[in-house]
Write a protein that binds this ligand. Structure first.
Ligand SMILES: [Zn+2]
Length: 405
């Protein structure tokens, strides 16, 4: 057993000071008051959940803004990076990305993985070599991972995969499901790339293969996806997913930017989670999704750094509120505690990790500490508002290792 005295801690009902914590084998066994040999200064919080990651996009940071950085500048370079990666180089890159996440307070990641095969589409000797590279990278960086193995079969409605997309495709959803079954690792979840990437008649196969595991899907990130879906099926992407049985509490819809009133209602009443990625959505000029309306309809908010133009969940948290302010010309949509819940307990749950995200009995002690004496945080106070509106990833300090003092 290791006992800690936390100067301040973010508990489920707010910030408390002088909190004594006991940890046994990485699990919190007591939260109370008293003394302890290991004093942790600052504001200790549950480790953050980054629910949407494409590790390989990190290679594009700073490089896709040339000549004013159009969407095509970005997409051409993204495809070039995707074409070059091997299991070895993917491991090296992902290990660095996950180490960066750990350094800024992220303790769990949802990796939305579709770079499955060799550049011409031929499987590797181990058809799951790329997925295993990501799992190994997470082990190395000591981050908890949900590998969201992604079914990605088409370039668009009625269109075969083109160019580098051949790496993504297993041919059909049954072949995809067989490969995922062979991965045989309890950290695996599943994903539908998007309604563009999986033909409508094959969506149900992916849903069935999820079998109680988290299911993530890109949803209505850009208006063009909605237009193509309506033209091909007469339904919105949300309605199409609902009809395939793909919505529900185990499902996370990523982006959910351009939604009809009916879409918002469907996502809410099915208890589907939504993952907003504001730093990527602004980088790619996607737009601003209706975060508060979704919340009020019943959809639980989570957050992700997606393309990793920025990896900083503090920035993602405040962007949700600040973007709403720009759209509505009004302040006061989200409370800081609600945004912290999105980055912690809500996020971990969307990755299928119900034992993380709160400083409470029986929860994993996956904790990090925010320094309240940096140039950004000094004088702001030990409050949820400081965490969301003042702090950044650079203010995070690692929590002392169990048994090191
Ligand atoms: Zn994405």
């Amino acid at each position: 057993m290791t006992a800690y005295l936390l100067e301040h801690a973010l508990l489920p009902d707010g910030v408390a000071s002088g909190v004594r914590l006991e940890v046994v084998d990485g699990v919190i066994t007591e939260v109370g008051t008293g003394t302890a040999p290991t004093h942790v200064p600052g504001l200790t919080i549950p480790g953050l959940a980054n629910c949407h990651s494409h590790a390989f996009h990190r290679a594009l940071r700073g490089r896709t803004q040339a000549e004013r950085g159009t969407f095509w500048t970005w997409r051409e370079q993204m495809y070039a990076v995707a074409a070059d990666l091997t299991p070895d180089s993917y491991f090296e890159l992902a290990r660095e990305v996950y180490a960066e996440m750990r350094a800024v307070g992220i303790t769990a990641v949802g990796e939305f993985h579709y770079l499955h095969h060799q550049p011409d589409g031929t499987p590797y000797d181990d058809p799951n070599a790329m997925g295993r590279a990501l799992l190994a990278a997470a082990d190395d960086a000591r981050i908890r991972i949900r590998l969201l193995d992604t079914c990605y079969l088409a370039a668009g409605f009625g269109r075969e995969p083109e160019g580098v997309q051949r790496r993504y495709s297993d041919g059909d959803a049954h072949a995809w499901a067989e490969r995922v079954a062979a991965l045989d690792d309890d950290r695996v979840g599943v994903a539908i790339h998007s309604v563009r990437g999986v033909p409508p008649e094959q969506l149900a196969t992916v849903v069935e293969a999820a079998a109680g595991r988290p299911l993530h899907v890109h949803l209505s990130e850009q208006v063009a996806e909605n237009d193509a879906c309506l033209a091909a099926t007469g339904r919105t992407p949300t309605r199409l997913l609902a009809d395939a049985g793909a919505l529900g509490p185990l499902t996370t819809a990523v982006h959910a930017t351009h939604l009809s009133d009916d879409d918002v209602r469907l996502l809410g009443e099915t208890g589907t989670r939504v993952c907003f990625c504001p730093t990527t959505e602004r980088d790619l000029a996607d737009g601003v999704g209706p975060s508060r309306r979704l919340h009020e309809a019943g959809a639980v908010l989570t957050l992700g750094s997606d393309s990793h133009a920025v990896i900083d969940l503090f920035e993602e948290m405040r962007a949700v509120e600040l973007d709403e302010r720009l759209v509505t010309q009004r302040r006061g949509h989200w409370a800081a505690t609600e945004l912290l819940a999105a980055a912690t307990v809500g996020g971990h749950a969307s990755l299928g990790f119900d034992d993380a995200g709160a400083i409470a009995l029986g929860q994993r002690a996956d904790l990090v500490t925010v320094d309240l004496d940096t140039v950004r945080t000094r004088g702001c106070g030990a409050t949820p508002e400081t965490l969301v509106f003042a702090a950044g990833g650079a203010d995070v300090r690692p929590f002392p290792e169990e048994g090191t003092r």
